[in-house]
Design a protein around this ligand. Sequence first.
Ligand SMILES: Cc1cc2nc3c(=O)[nH]c(=O)nc-3n(C[C@H](O)[C@H](O)[C@H](O)COP(=O)(O)OP(=O)(O)OC[C@H]3O[C@@H](n4cnc5c(N)ncnc54)[C@H](O)[C@@H]3O)c2cc1C
Length: 431
Amino acid sequence: VAGAAPGRSGGVTEQGHLSLLRAASSGAVLAPGDAAYDAHRVGWNRRVVHRPRAIVLAHDAHDVVAALEFAERHQLDHVVQATGHGPVRPAGADAILVDVSGIRGARFDGRTGTATVGGGARWTSIAVAAARARAGLVAVAPAHHHVGVAGSALVGGFGWLARAHGLSRDHVVGAEVVLPGGETVDAGLERHPEVLWALRAGATHTRGVITALTVRLVPQPDVYAGELRFPAEMAPEVLARYDERLAEVPPELTSSVVLEAGPPGRVALRACHAGRISEGRAWVDGWRRWAAVADDRFTVRPAASIASLDDEPVAPTALATRTAWLRSLCDDAISLLAPAAFARDPAAGRVEVRHVDGAVTAGGGPELHESSALLLRVTATAGTGAADPVERRLAALHADLVATGATTSGAYAGFAAPCGLAIGAPVGARG
Ligand SMILES: Cc1cc2nc3c(=O)[nH]c(=O)nc-3n(C[C@H](O)[C@H](O)[C@H](O)COP(=O)(O)OP(=O)(O)OC[C@H]3O[C@@H](n4cnc5c(N)ncnc54)[C@H](O)[C@@H]3O)c2cc1C
């Protein structure tokens, strides 16, 4: 996509080809002025609004091939969108938007222990297919299962099994990719492995369109997982203890601290231990002995049910985000982040600090900063303008955090602000 020339072949020729594209596509092809065009210019994150030359609602790989051939013929850029949760670059008048959300479906293969999904499928569809198969296998999915399989695997995919099993992308074993111009490549560990490795490294993120993806599921017995809630005023102490005790965290335990504005405000330690239950319980007991907990939701549960730990919004939202890798949480960083829990205004947002080292950085790609122990994500509901005050507030918070020296460079691409609106670190950059 990067470097594509603006469209030059307007007028009758392009209109004619648009009619041919419509005739060749099983899904709709929308142009400005069409009744459904406006409804399809936005995805889940209402802060990203596309204004493309045409929107192709692809239903299968043939539709994607036709769309990319059309783009090449008219020297148009192409932007891909599945769910619209991610850092999608808004498509402008020099681009077509290839909406792959209609390429869904999930098929579980018991012989290989893999699931193959369409390029627009969400992790929820793999969870359903795996549960039906009753093979005792689970997907190494992001914590939020409503994001796209392809879109999150391209950037990493960090979920509750991360420190035990790595990132979602480490489990991708096959992909069907339509390259710019329309050539289709069926990649796997044995055929076109270079495409698979490039994909795992995020390289096709802005080039090819994934129309199918195969991921290996993992055997995972019950986990010890849940959440401890502390009184809101304990936010600074909880953050400080979390940071000080990272060396004691068992290797198979993935955890985070979440602070949310009130009333009443929320300070929660969340974790999933994917090893021996007694080890996970012992770690949580250390926190139980440390302070009186307001609410204790830890329990032994099937690994297949860990998506229920997630509480992020499913309905479309205008979400502003800032992210950073943190070396550690110094006092200055804590005093910037902790007030999120005491704020009276629920619009003040949500702060999440995830523990990322171990299996995550060992198997990680270029966006994972090797000297970082923690991944910070701050989100808040915003308006839809680029100069939105919430966006400015998060940008100022990010700048103040950088000034404390707690951050390392770069950003986790999955949590980066939409490219067209980005303020701060560029997507996927690394120092
Ligand atoms: C509420 C929320 C919770 C999240 N939770 C987590 C989490 O727990 N762990 C985590 O790791 N991440 C998480 N993310 C980040 C998310 O995984 C990434 O933003 C991811 O890129 C979203 O992919 P998508 O397909 O859903 O979104 P989209 O916005 O549709 O796509 C994101 C990017 O991937 C590209 N893309 C998508 N599908 C294809 C395809 N078929 N072929 C080629 N390119 C494609 C798009 O072009 C775009 O650049 C979360 C994001 C949100 C908003």
